[in-house]
Write a new protein. Sequence first.
Length: 551
Amino acid sequence: MVRPDGTPDWRDRVDAARPRGVPLDPTSERVEGVRPYPTAYDPDHLLITDDELLDEILSILRGAAGDFGWGVRLETVRGERLTDEVARERAGTARRELGLPLVLVARIFPDPQPDRDDEPVPPIDAWRLLQRARGRSDKGLPGVGLDHVISIDPYGSTNPYGSTNPYGSTNPYGSTNPYGSTNPYGSTNPYGSTNAPGPGAYAYPGSGGREVVSYIGDPPRRDDDSIKGRRPVVAFMDTGCGRHAWLPDSIVDRHLHSGGEPVGVVGAATDPEEIGDISGPFDGFLDQAAGHGTFVAGVIRQIAPDADLISIRVADSQGTLLEGEFLEAVRAVAELVIRYARGEGGRPIDVLNLSLSYYHETPEDGQFDQTLVTYLVAARRHGCAVVCSAGNDATDRPAFPAALWRWPDADFTVEDPDDAAPHLSVGALNPNGKSVALFSNVGDWVRVYAPGVAVVSSAPPLNGGIQAGTRNDRYGLRRETIDPDDFTGGFVIWSGTSFAAPYIAGALAEMVGVGLMDGSLDEKPAPRVKALRTAGAKLEKDWKGTTRARA
């Protein structure tokens, strides 16, 4: 329900604050040969993407569900109930038309049978059902998986180091005069420590944490006079894109449709780029993901000012979404790219930026679904590069989709064809440009590193409940210290691999954009794939090679 002023009511705020999933319990429903690791998932359902084995899969799932007194029915990702026959027909049609499997939801519900099941039946748990079904199948049940919780930054928050207000109090500095002396900074380093320890140091202003900033340079400038072909196009899946002078409707498409249906999430009442405080109590604190998509868009604009942007809102105000929702959006993008390549309408999309990820509980061959790989490879084969953030957990554990390419010594095999545009996973560099951020994920699966710490970019005009620490008006002037969550000035400093990825996405677009705009680069997929692969190889060599040489 939406209040008369267009904001969510108390029910929506409570719902928005609830976690999207539950942590996986690796000790429950053990199966020989399956060694799960931590992740988060929605316990109410599983995802099915193999329509060719749908009848067999449903038979196994329903048999396993019966052991617990549960039943299984089919739905779409958006919640439409389907009969088995209708689901089979829709999935078959989708595969025949575009070669892209359809995502189906196997909804689990209590279904106790008389004289067999105790009541109440055990709590619904998709992991237990998946494991029980795997135990009944000698094939490992491919095409079936958990609906994972995906985060703008996995396992944390959009600001990966704690909270929107990283200081834990309304007055972030802890005293009326935050610095304790007439000279307000008190030392050459105003933040109290020459070397703040650990990854958490990046949470603080002066060390890369989110803070307001004044931008006094020129805005990104577009070439409007010499375009003979078309502009490069960068799509990004995020929290949306708010209002900003750099991001007018003439540059950013905020309403992407495919097949007459909107792609991603719609609805002004839950837009994190328009309403900064959507979830939880009326405390005035901006939600964790508020402004994230606008910041990403601003990075792309700075690196590729000539590019057109497509904003696809997929994440909520906490920066989370479910894998099924994500798959549906990626499939829609792949369809648009394929149809454009075939001359059947669609949209040209040269680069897809994904500043989001999750960890799979069993990242080994045969134990995770390849549907996301199928969608991304289909888009890449038709001329759309994919750029993914590596994550901010200071680990070498592979994060998906960043690690879904053919990297050395991987535990899994994925399709990574040589006739496809690149798939680039991006870690973050410190401002010196020669050291990797301590928070950045690393490993052989991270292909390139780019600036991702204390980055300056655009912010929507959000203003949180924290006030300036001190106000003292004189001579008819409002005089006060910095209001730490007043982003109405339009610019902010922030850190994360989320912001290193759009740097690379923008660089790819800028490099191939030269040929697209002057008309020398053929619009067919093969020439664009070649140009994107060349650009990607150069970026990988320049950034990764330079980082290692200077370390």
